[in-house]
Design a protein around this ligand. Sequence first.
Ligand code: FAD
Length: 441
Amino acid sequence: MRRRRLLLAAGGLAALPRAAFAADPDVVIIGAGVAGLTAARTLMAAGKSVQVIEARDRIGGRTFTDAKTFGLPFDHGAQWIEAANKNPAMAIVKEAQARTIPERDEQLLYLGGTVLPKDEYARFEKIAQEASRKLEEALKRAPPQFGDAVVGRVLVPADQLQTLAYSMVGPLEQGVENMELSARDFLRQPEADPQLSIEGGLGTMIARWGAKVPVRLGVRAVRIDSTGATITIETTAGQMRGRAVIVTVPTGVLATGLLGFAPQLNAARREAIEQLPMATYNKVMLQFSSKVIDAPAGRSIVGLTRKGAPFEAIVRPMGRDAALILVGGATARALEEEGGRAAVAFAVSALAEIFGNELRGVLGASHATRWGKDPFARGSWSVARPGHADKRKVLALPHHDRVFFAGEATDPVWATRVAGAYASGVRAAREALAALGAPRR
Ligand SMILES: Cc1cc2nc3c(=O)[nH]c(=O)nc-3n(C[C@H](O)[C@H](O)[C@H](O)COP(=O)(O)OP(=O)(O)OC[C@H]3O[C@@H](n4cnc5c(N)ncnc54)[C@H](O)[C@@H]3O)c2cc1C
């Protein structure tokens, strides 16, 4: 169905007036998330002129910090720089001179509101370690034509503790259920530790770091035509031209077909877009008017609610009377569908099972993200369907003449993360530089 919509959208558009963009830049970049901003900065450093167009009224894409509502920074999207000792996006942290806060790795585990007895933690550790080993073995045994394994077929929980451990592979880590998760796509990802958060919020850092990039906000690209001598980009603010284009929009947006291409995207890329759908992972921030949570600052919790839904929580972040609840996969999708205050109600109830019902009476401000319903993201990050981890490389290939693809989904190692967006932005900028230097085909 997605593919049909893509074909329809590639059809003609009525001619739009020429937009009031300063001059025809060397490179037009679609999207001012980490990938687009990185590509722009790389090209600018090489002396090229760029123009970024961004559908939202802000830069940063899936990184955004609300620094006002809760009296502490609330990152709606990316929050942590994972695998910090080798994460390419540490380059941003250094350039922005941002201060980092190391994440404590100890977590308390809860089943149905009850903390796991101390002697069960060793068993939990063992389950987690064995899960990785089982997945690696399943990959080795995979039939060559498939070359992959479905995580949910390998990790079949026999009890609640295993259910909790396995939910930290799919729903709470990748934002999809294990039956939707490719073992190959999961195992390619570097281990998250060491993990850092950014003082003032990761979104704040990106907004500051990207501030000097020329971005037209509130302008949506609707069609990229690379059939002529220069590339024409139809936008909601008129038409513009460039010698090369870098497309950084998420696969969820590409799948809608609302961004058309001439010539149309080839079958292999359309297949890649379809096989790299968006996961759903959301955050709920709750503020309380008094200290109802009896826990040290920044305590991290992972648990299953009494109804068996997995969740993660950071309670009393920065010592405040607040809590951040994280949900992914089917739980996150269902809460988005329910709409209204469903996600807040879920978060309050999950915490009340642990800390008591008093917290219901002192609930102050709250906010739940809805990345799946966000028209310019359509989910949290890309996940490969089982058997399709290699599609990231297909998505990263140039399209036609001088149209390049970046964005987290295109990175073979760091996809899903800020690191993937950054690495892909550098790669696409280099491709564009090479093309600008090369004689036109
Ligand atoms: C809840 C959540 C938590 C996360 N946590 C982490 C984390 O802790 N660590 C981590 O490393 N990663 C995390 N991520 C993932 C990380 O945020 C993304 O991988 C990364 O920000 C993606 O950057 P990008 O540039 O590829 O895409 P985006 O940030 O999505 O940028 C693409 C831009 O294109 C714009 N756009 C879309 N369509 C159009 C159009 N037609 N015309 C013009 N502009 C358009 C969008 O508005 C957007 O600004 C998280 C994501 C979410 C949602």
